[in-house]
Design a protein around this ligand. Structure first.
Ligand SMILES: NC(=O)c1ccc[n+]([C@@H]2O[C@H](COP(=O)([O-])OP(=O)(O)OC[C@H]3O[C@@H](n4cnc5c(N)ncnc54)[C@H](OP(=O)(O)O)[C@@H]3O)[C@@H](O)[C@H]2O)c1
Length: 250
């Protein structure tokens, strides 16, 4: 039986991925800070899914959970999915929340990879996946720390993809556009090309199976964002000034 540990697997994209892998016969470990969320989300499909109450910003907690989950049959796949965003866009950053985002969205990925590699490197096999975002392609107005953490995750994974090939370990970065989850339901701005969470999970599953280096979706929206990313920055600045951002908190 294959094994996957998914951080932040109690709601949204992580929950849909956990259900999909469990349905395909994998043994699944998920973590989150709130056991109630797990119990609500997995009322029926709980076979083969183990919950760990862990804050991914706590390196030791996460390490212990991943070690416990892997101790009997190893770890084939780690998906570092847990993440937090903004309910509001702000011109002046909320620095406390920005630091928390670095802890969860960036260090949380590093801690998860560290714990997984403890298991994977001695066995010379495994796959690491991080859920970044298309927000990592450009410094988007109003969500500075979110864009920064997701860009950092992209580059971190790109390097590791090259470094870990010699250990037969593949690294995939996933960059979703807008997905309908509890995270985005708080958003007060338009969300073009919104994807349903089960659809997002099946696209991610396919990209992971194909061992892609990086996968962004939906195709049309992510293509526009990537083109914005390679434009001269003076053009980017001009384009981003055309549509004034709705800074709901300022
Ligand atoms: N939805 C989108 O449009 C979208 C787009 C691009 C990228 N993403 C990324 O996709 C990932 C999943 O997002 P989502 O939309 O599915 O969000 P979500 O529905 O809010 O789910 C987030 C999950 O992460 C867990 N989590 C949050 N902070 C945690 C922490 N400190 N320690 C452990 N678990 C934690 C949550 O559980 P607890 O609250 O119980 O801890 C929950 O299970 C995030 O990295 C997000 O940035 C989402």
């Amino acid at each position: 039986m294959k094994t996957v540990f998914i951080t932040g697997g109690t709601t949204g994209i992580g929950m849909e991925l956990a259900k999909l892998y469990a349905k395909k016969g994998w043994k699944v470990g998920v973590c989150g800070r709130d056991r109630l969320k797990f119990e609500e989300s997995f009322q029926v499909e709980r076979d083969n899914v183990t919950f760990y109450k862990v804050d991914v910003a706590n390196r030791e907690e996460l390490k212990a959970a991943i070690a416990d989950f892997s101790k009997s049959i190893g770890l084939d796949l780690l998906i570092a999915n847990a993440g937090i965003g903004y309910a509001f866009k702000t011109k002046i950053p909320d620095f406390e929340w920005s630091y928390r985002m670095v802890h969860v969205n960036l260090l949380g990925v590093m801690y998860a990879f560290e714990a997984a590699l403890d298991v994977m490197i001695p066995r010379s096999k495994g796959q690491l996946v991080a859920i970044s975002s298309i927000a990592g392609y450009n410094g988007l107005p109003g969500v500075s720390a979110y864009s920064a953490t997701k860009a950092a995750v992209q580059k971190y994974c790109e390097s590791l993809h090259l470094d870990l090939r010699q250990f037969n370990i593949n690294v995939t970065t996933i960059c979703p556009g807008f997905v309908d989850t509890p995270l985005t339901r708080a958003n007060q701005h338009p969300m073009p090309f919104l994807v349903e969470a089960p659809k997002a999970a099946s696209l991610i599953y396919r990209a992971v199976e194909k061992k892609k280096m990086i996968y962004a979706f939906p195709f049309f929206f992510s293509s526009i964002v990537r083109i914005l990313g390679i434009l001269p920055r003076t053009w980017y600045r001009a384009l981003m000034s055309i549509k004034s951002v709705n800074y709901s908190k300022d």
